[in-house]
Write a protein that binds this ligand. Structure first.
Ligand code: PAF
Length: 308
């Protein structure tokens, strides 16, 4: 049987083209009731984790827009920015297969005409810890570009009602999800933030656009991160004390992995969990988080913990 044809996808490069294109797609898809638009912000170099975001958006909305923009404001390191993979043709093919209707792929001058913006979003205390401590300014850059994208793709009104608006983020960047949720709440963005679970390779490695920079040996070493989180997840499920030091010792036993942090935190505030749950049987819900350098790459991962 011949393969199903992949639906065509429209790519727009300018801010001026985006709103008319969104209105056209919403009008074409409109069934009864108020339509819904899903936005999937990405930096490209897409993998199955992004596909899961796009598929979740396609399942829940009438029209899906994905943005592909490597945002210089969120990179502290010029080399990291320069080597970040740019693969728009492959990205557009993946997004089309996943059910995305429209790709917004501006260049830097289009997104920041005349240079970097003077006025930016300050991400606040939630953004100072964990990733924020190692990457100063990173979340200000994320919030600034995400707020621009949320404005640029915001759907118009229909029959006096506002079209539903949802934005999709990967749970792998758990702190990014928490910070964006906080921004949306504090600044009254009319959008629902949806977090989509992490997609892992069969051996447990969380998918990341940066995994491609790992050698085979480094990739093997990186598996210790998901194993350490799994140790905590198993203890939490079994209602046992977490003793996170054991998970930390496991990561430190791998010489190619340089641990930055490993901790058990509240999923919303990202504050370390009360000490009691570490040494007494685990109850409730938490998030185990880890970050480490493996060769040339900084990797992050996390797992929700739940007592069963
Ligand atoms: O998660 C990402 O890829 C980026 O941080 C985002 C949300 C697209 C903003 O540039």
């Amino acid at each position: 049987m011949p393969a199903e044809p992949v639906p065509a996808i429209e790519i727009v490069r300018t801010r001026a083209e985006l709103q008319p294109a969104i209105a056209r797609h919403l009008a074409a898809k409109r069934g009864p009731g108020t339509p819904a638009l899903g936005l999937v912000p990405t930096m490209g170099a897409l993998h199955a984790g992004h596909r899961a975001l796009a598929e979740a958006a396609a399942a829940e909305n009438d029209v899906v827009v994905a943005s592909v923009f490597v945002n210089p404001l969120q990179f502290g390191d010029a080399t990291d920015l320069e080597r970040y993979p740019r693969t728009l043709d492959a990205d557009a093919a993946l997004l089309a297969e996943a059910g995305v209707d429209l790709v917004f792929a501006p260049d830097v001058e289009e997104m920041y005409p005349g240079g970097e913006p003077e006025v930016r979003v300050v991400a606040g205390p939630l953004a100072q810890k964990w990733e924020g401590a190692s990457r100063p300014g990173h979340f200000d850059g994320v919030c600034t570009v995400v707020s621009k994208l949320l404005h640029l793709a915001m759907p118009g009104g229909f029959d006096g009602a506002r079209a539903a608006y949802r934005a999709y983020f990967g749970q792998k960047d758990a702190q990014q999800v928490a910070v964006v949720r906080r921004m949306v709440r504090d600044l009254d963005f009319p959008v629902e933030v949806v977090a989509v679970p992490i997609v892992r390779d069969a051996d447990g490695l969380a998918l990341s656009s940066r995994n491609r920079f790992l050698s085979e040996e480094e990739r093997d070493a990186a598996l210790v991160l998901s194993r350490a989180l799994k140790l905590l997840e198993d203890r939490a499920s079994a209602h046992e004390p977490l003793n996170p030091d054991d998970a930390e010792a496991l990561v430190r036993s791998q010489p190619l992995v340089e641990l930055d942090y490993l901790d058990v935190v509240d999923p919303n505030t990202l504050e370390p969990l009360a000490f009691a749950c570490r040494e007494t049987p685990f109850t409730g819900e938490a998030l185990a988080i880890v970050a480490a350098a493996v060769g040339p790459v900084r990797l992050i991962d996390n797992m929700p913990l739940r007592a069963r």
